[in-house]
Write a protein that binds this ligand. Structure first.
Ligand code: SAH
Ligand code: SF4
Length: 474
């Protein structure tokens, strides 16, 4: 979701004639889009912000902006305001669309300040000689000195952070990361309040876009060579859109409608909360040709007791049953998950339940996280926090199992022929292309970059833990 927000911010800048700088030192503006989900990102954010001070000293016109969900937390915004005076613009997750306006406001404030400092200099020292361009060289020097003082950004600073989204703003541009696939937000916010999670506090309450707006966006993307869309929401299963006629749409209605969009080849979505995954959606995997055989279904923990304290609202058994139904309907469906290790109060037995669940389900891939205290969430107040050493030791045990599963799942692809959406040249080197199977497996294979955007048959010849290798067969 943050990645997609960054695409929107880049798109708005591009619309105004800005270009991407190839190196940090060559940039006129830096925007740090932050994530508050885990503590690691917090640390990296403050480190990066510290480094930007050098650029500001070197180039007084440099603009430093910070945004994203960390800015929705008051203690963070206050820390930025107090300790990082060279930050020029602060905005949150609910007003990305206001960024160009904030940039204008900053430039106006800087111009007014520059004019003010020229007047001050004149008042203090009388008229000063002008250079050949008609500029007062001494004023310019005074202004530059003021600008070099990084603390001076404070009085021109623009800060706008709102508690929640007032309305959904449609029609924002995006500078896409990928040419042939795209993210599409279908909703914003979250109402679930899992006890460890900061997202409902930083992204606000659930709001669904109108189905017509989503379908129009997808049609426009298809006209711009996009073949695959990933529908985004914190819990897409609770999508509740209302169309222009007042009819309510649920997530499955949307999938069926998008399945009919000419030229679109693939539909994916994330994330799907197990508590709300309906039988109708499982049926849609069978009936909608374009809905890919892949689901990211975060389990978070394998112990029913831990799940209850996480406020996930399903049991271990219900989750296992859901996976059974999915595999019964779509035997080759690939399943990935998120797991948190070391949630407060997690006993060795609870953790072993997670290991057993992982062994039983045999995921295609998993994102595993060390539990990270998030200020303001209920779990941050739980007293039985798990020591870091225990968390790390459990984490390593889990990763070993998950990686062994991924290796085994990928090895089973060797010899199969898979339809791959070709994304373009592989990062690994010349002559290699990269793409994804319907089941979201990354495949590298030799081929002509002109094939990007096509879906072609690739025979899988080799595999490892995180990707496959293959060759084009037609
Ligand atoms: N809406 C998505 C998750 C968004 S956050 C969902 O419900 O699946 C992405 C993942 O980050 C979560 O699934 C969870 O595994 C992890 N996560 C969230 N808060 C965390 C925390 N405090 N510590 C560690 N991992 C966390
Ligand atoms: Fe966080 Fe739970 Fe909402 Fe996902 S569903 S964003 S984990 S509160």
């Amino acid at each position: 979701m943050n990645e997609h927000d960054s695409e929107t911010i880049s798109g708005m800048l591009q619309q105004r004639g800005y270009m991407e700088a190839l190196e940090r030192d060559a940039a006129d503006i830096a925007i740090i889009n932050t994530c508050s989900v885990r503590e690691n990102a917090d640390k990296r954010f403050f480190g990066t912000l510290g480094q930007l001070k050098k650029l500001k000293v070197k180039n007084p016109d440099f603009v430093t902006c910070v945004c994203g969900c960390m800015m929705q937390q008051e203690h963070i915004t206050e820390a930025v305001k107090q300790k990082y005076p060279w930050v020029d613009i602060i905005f949150g997750t609910h007003n990305i669309h206001e960024f160009p306006d904030m940039l204008e406001q900053l430039y106006e404030a800087r111009a007014a300040k520059a004019a003010g400092s020229e007047q001050d200099a004149e008042a203090a020292e009388g008229p000063v000689p002008t250079d050949s361009a008609g500029l007062c060289t001494e004023d310019r020097r005074a202004y530059n000195i003021a600008k070099h003082d990084v603390r001076s950004a404070k009085d021109t600073r623009v800060v706008r952070v709102y508690d929640d989204k007032k309305e959904i703003v449609e029609g924002l541009p995006a500078k896409r990361l990928y040419r042939h696939k795209s993210f599409v937000n279908i909703m914003f916010g979250c109402n679930n309040f899992c006890s460890y999670c900061i997202v409902p506090y930083t992204r606000g309450r659930e709001k669904s876009r109108m189905p017509e707006d989503i379908i129009d966006e997808v049609k426009n993307l298809v006209a711009d060579d996009v073949r695959e869309v990933t529908l985004l929401g914190q819990n897409v299963n609770s999508y509740k859109g209302v169309d222009a006629r007042g009819r309510q749409w649920d997530f499955t209605d949307l999938i069926y409608a998008l399945n009919d969009v000419d030229g679109l080849e693939r539909i994916r979505f994330m994330t799907s909360h197990p508590k709300d995954l309906s039988d109708r959606l499982i049926k849609a995997f069978v009936e909608c040709r374009k809905l890919c055989n892949y689901i990211h279904l975060p389990v978070q923990a394998g112990s029913t007791e831990v799940l209850a304290r996480m406020n996930r609202k399903y049991t271990r058994e219900q989750y296992i049953e859901l996976v059974r139904k999915l595999r019964e309907a779509v035997p080759d469906i690939a399943i990935s998950t998120d797991i948190i290790v070391g949630f407060p109060g997690e006993t060795e037995e609870d953790f072993e339940d997670t290991l057993k669940l992982a062994e039983e389900i045999r995921y295609d891939s998993a994102f595993t996280f060390l539990y990270s205290i998030r200020k303001g969430t209920p779990a941050a107040e739980y007293e039985d926090q798990i020591p870091e050493t225990v968390k790390h030791e459990r984490f390593n045990r889990l990763v070993d199992i998950m990686n062994a599963c991924s290796r085994e799942k990928n090895a089973a692809y060797v010899g199969r022929t898979e339809k791959v959406l070709i994304e373009g040249e592989s990062k690994k080197g010349s002559g290699m292309l990269t793409g994804r199977t319907e089941t979201f497996k990354l495949v590298d294979f030799p081929g002509d970059p002109a094939l990007a955007g096509q879906i072609r048959n690739v025979k899988i010849t080799d595999s490892n833990t995180f990707s496959l290798k293959g060759e084009l067969i037609d």
